[in-house]
Design a protein around this ligand. Structure first.
Ligand code: TXA
Ligand code: MG
Length: 374
């Protein structure tokens, strides 16, 4: 993709609050001017949304309590949900972490910079607002050149949750950020779509066995290859439900589209046949049905897509053979289905290997317990 040589900028004025300035920045070689401007905003206690390799983050100076509180206000995020602190390099860890366990060095060699967040003992310099008053702090070193350039230029650790309103889908492009946060953030750095598409893996190193608290961009298999033993906290990934019954589930409705989402798990072709039968039934009841599935599943829904009245809206997320594509396109597909105005989304599972686990986790949360095992 051709990038403009000079930074393009425009300001968006909203009725309620401040102006949001959108600065275009080259994702591979970020220009100095927009980075310097955004870094100055961070140092002055303002909010900057910026691309990371996973999703867009909503950043503030992690050592400035007032700035961190502004993140929670902008997102309508409850104070009990702690933030990830982003650093430019592992050498900066002591600025936010009390002790650096040996495992960190090993993990840093393999996965940093990149989509791995480590939960470590908190240093006293980190305000309690960042950690929800807890004694641990989550840290990561992002690999996106814009994120790294911004953190370096700011010269401070950057606390950043995903740049969406609380409970909504994480943003993988600037349009998603604007839809949720226009007028609530000082600057948005527009570095194009984010390459990984799902959030970082959150790994706790304060438990005796390293534990995945949230599956994400670094797979469980990759962590196990380096660490040996790794626990997975199956918080959102509900236990195998009864055949063809809706699992009541207790997972909080996180990462949720506006439409009601139902997740289908099981083997093909029964999985797709069950989805098609349900799409057909819902359609005849007057629902506007969206289907989120693999490219190769399109044929199953061809007839329903060609109907005269309220045809099924089919959103492919890539080949089931390429889970990096599926992860990268997942949130964009959910946003697109919301945009299309569907009332219900039938989504298929992609297994639990590699990035499939993170995809399953997000779809399970979005389903809020509506999981059907075929
Ligand atoms: O990829 C990502 O991780 C993105 C980009 C912007 O870096 N950030 C992100 O942040 O997803 P957020 O706030 O949306 O999710 C952070 C997750 C939450 O599930 C939070 O509960 C968990 O990390 N977390 C943060 N601090 C923690 C801590 N001290 N202990 C346990 N979990 C923590
Ligand atoms: Mg989030």
């Amino acid at each position: 993709m051709q990038q403009p040589l000079v930074a393009r900028e425009f300001a968006i004025q909203t009725d309620n609050m401040q102006q949001t300035l959108v600065l275009h920045v080259n994702p591979e070689q970020p220009e100095a001017a927009p980075i310097a401007r955004a870094a100055a905003v961070l140092r002055a206690g303002g909010l900057v949304a910026f691309p990371t390799e996973t999703v867009y983050g909503l950043g503030a100076n992690a050592l400035d309590d007032n700035a961190v509180r502004a993140i929670f206000r902008a997102k309508d995020r409850p104070a009990y949900d702690p933030l990830i602190v982003h650093l430019a390099d592992a050498a900066s860890l002591p600025s936010v972490v009390r002790v650096v366990p040996d495992a960190v060095r090993l993990l840093a060699v393999h996965f940093w910079p990149g989509p791995l967040t480590l939960v470590l003992p908190r240093n006293a310099a980190v305000p309690p607002s960042v950690t929800a008053a807890g004694d641990t702090v989550a840290v990561r070193i992002p690999s996106h050149p814009v994120a790294l350039a911004l953190i370096r230029a700011a010269g401070v650790p950057v606390a950043a949750p995903s740049a969406n309103r609380f409970g909504r889908i994480s943003p993988t492009c600037v349009e998603h950020v604007l839809a949720d946060l226009q007028g609530r953030v000082d600057i948005i750095l527009d570095g194009g779509p984010t390459p990984v598409g799902v959030e970082s893996t959150v790994l706790s190193l304060v438990s005796s066995i390293p534990a995945i608290l949230r599956p994400g961009g670094v797979s469980r298999e990759a962590l196990a290859a380096v660490l040996g033993e790794v626990d997975v906290h199956q918080l959102a990934i509900t236990p195998e439900p009864e055949s063809m019954q809706i699992s009541p589930g207790t997972s909080s409705s996180h990462y949720a589209p506006r439409a009601r989402l139902i997740l289908y798990r099981g083997q093909k072709p029964a999985l797709l046949q069950a989805m098609r039968a349900e799409a057909d039934r819902l359609q005849s009841e007057g629902e506007r049905v969206g289907v989120l599935a693999a490219d190769e599943d399109a044929g199953y829904f061809a007839a329903l897509r060609e109907r005269q009245t309220s045809p099924v809206c089919f959103q492919p997320v890539g080949s089931e053979q390429c889970l990096t594509d599926v992860a990268r396109r997942l949130y964009g597909a959910l946003h697109a289905l919301d945009q299309a105005g569907v009332t219900v989304i039938l989504a298929r599972d992609f297994g639990n290997a590699g990035l499939g686990l993170a995809v399953r986790d997000r779809l399970t949360r979005a389903a809020g317990g509506r999981v059907i095992q075929v």
